[in-house]
Design a protein around this ligand. Sequence first.
Ligand SMILES: Cc1ncc(COP(=O)(O)O)c(C=O)c1O
Length: 409
Amino acid sequence: MNEQMNTIAASKRGLNAPASPIRSLAALARKSVDRGVDVLFLNIGQPDIPTPRGMIDAYRNYDETVLAYAPSDGFVEYREALATYYNTLADGAGIDADNIVVTVGGSEALLFAMAAVTDPGDSVLVCEPYYTNYAGYAHLLGIGVDAVTTTPDNSYHIDPAEVEAAITPTTKAIVIPSPGNPTGVVLTTDQLDALVDVCRRHGLFYIADEVYREFVYDEPTGTRAPSILNCDGSEEIAIVIDSVSKRYSACGARVGCLVTRNNDIRTAALHYGQARLSPATVDQYAGLAALDTPATYFEDVVKEYTARRNVLVQGLADIGITVASPKGAFYLAVALPVDDANAFSEWMVSEFSLENQTICVAPLEGFYNTPGLGRNEIRMAYVLDQAKLKRCTEILGAALKAWNNGQPT
Ligand SMILES: Cc1ncc(COP(=O)(O)O)c(C=O)c1O
């Protein structure tokens, strides 16, 4: 046999796909768990809050003989109910079922939106630190990412003038979450209006990632983050990314949606949706049931997250780290007194423990576009109960002491 073997190689795109910094420490953490260490996980936005009972019941009650495909844009009854939700949220937004494409989580909505507004070689504008999948999907689509840097010293404030100054000839859209991950920043109505104005003047789309809409703190009960759907002049340019994952603590449901009043964007999203056939069938019934979740559920959840945030901010202050209280979502970006938060986080989860407990966090460098930024920062997701969060800050304090003293543990 002297058949010639051709070399086989994965694509450069595949080989160069950025790894998720959110999950990167998971393998090390797993080894520590296997050794019997109690690892407290603050690296992933997986809440421990119970999912509304109505959603769980919808799964239990599903009783068809064939588990069939759903329509590519989602069940019409689900889209109609979602339209009612958006019109309640944004008075006069004029959303109907045809403005909505149901997707596999907010993640797919994001991918469809970015693919609907760019061609290869175009770029999107984001604010760093950003939700890392913005860069991951840009890489997949062969488009660039330009970033406006926001900083902890002014609570990651987003300045529309700085966003405007960062627009380049290849920019096709801005992608901004509010409330933000990892910063917790909540855009005001004035900021949203100013950003819409920037987009309109420059012919850009505004991909508004609103998956944390209900999680706003220090505001009257029931307050939601302002939606771009409420902004005058946003009809043609706004693409809303949404999801049941965080809102109903239902990350495993894999249901989200894209909302647009722009027909071309709706058509593009629908065509991508047809290519992947359909979103999950049963999960949409759970999503439909979720819309009946009582307001008291969110009141309790927001109270709980507010208390958790306060415990974490105070616990950090107790170990000498000052952070501003984020106004939304459930993440805290923290600058640590270390040079290399990556190395520190890896060491903390794999080699350090305090009374056999340690913590797993997400190093923030991978949330930045600009090389070198975020090297001393981490993200902590406050998805554990208050006592555990307090303990996390004690462990972090002990770990920092040991690391900075170069002490073996
Ligand atoms: C800002 C933001 N957008 C979108 C998503 C997508 O989540 P999912 O695909 O579970 O809806 C996440 C998940 O963490 C997120 O933090």
